[in-house]
Write a protein that binds this ligand. Structure first.
Ligand code: S3P
Length: 170
């Protein structure tokens, strides 16, 4: 069974995954990195050369492969937008939605913004807010549990997630 971490860019999926991996004894699958490795190029290059739709197909393909495996999966921020992806996640594990206020996201994304094609070109608070609002219903539809991350340490967040899981053993 997989543990999927979903949420907006900068909500803390990538930093949470190794912490949970250590406690659960499951390997980490960082989807963006895996897609980059397989493609031999960065996400940004994939978007530029092949477009967003192509990237989304790579994401869904990788997700399908994870179906019968057991990973802590750090999902790209757009993965839950497709109904098929939401179904695959729910069928093959538990889904945790990490929430954060747009202000928090903006602060966390100060670095690494250029690597995120959807936020390039100086996206500010209002762009983040509106993209987030349009995605919120999909994140909620995919999630088994919501976990708030604003103003909390990674360890606190990890403990809350573990308390929600039937297979945590803690
Ligand atoms: C995306 C989020 C990114 C990456 C791509 C698209 C999105 O992942 O998959 O840039 O649509 O929100 P992170 O959420 O890990 O930044």
């Amino acid at each position: 069974m997989n543990l999927f971490l979903i949420g907006f860019m900068g909500c803390g999926k990538s930093s949470q995954a190794p912490l949970l991996s250590e406690r659960l004894g499951l390997p980490v699958m960082e989807m963006d990195r895996e897609i980059e490795e397989r493609a031999g190029m960065t996400i940004r290059e994939i978007f530029e050369r092949f477009g967003e739709e192509d990237f989304r197909m790579r994401e869904s393909g990788l997700l399908r492969e994870l179906g019968d495996k057991s990973y802590v999966v750090s999902c790209g921020g757009g993965l839950p937008l497709l109904l098929g992806n939401r179904r695959m996640m729910r069928e093959s594990g538990r889904v945790i939605y990490l929430t954060a206020a747009p202000e928090t996201i903006l602060k966390r994304l100060e670095r690494g913004r250029e690597e995120r094609p959807l936020l390039r070109g100086g996206a500010g608070l209002s762009e983040i807010r509106s993209l987030m609002e349009s995605r919120e219903k999909h994140y909620r539809a995919a999630a088994d549990f919501l976990v708030a991350t604003d103003g909390r340490s990674p360890e606190e967040i990890r403990e809350e997630i573990l308390s929600l899981l039937p297979f945590s053993g803690s």
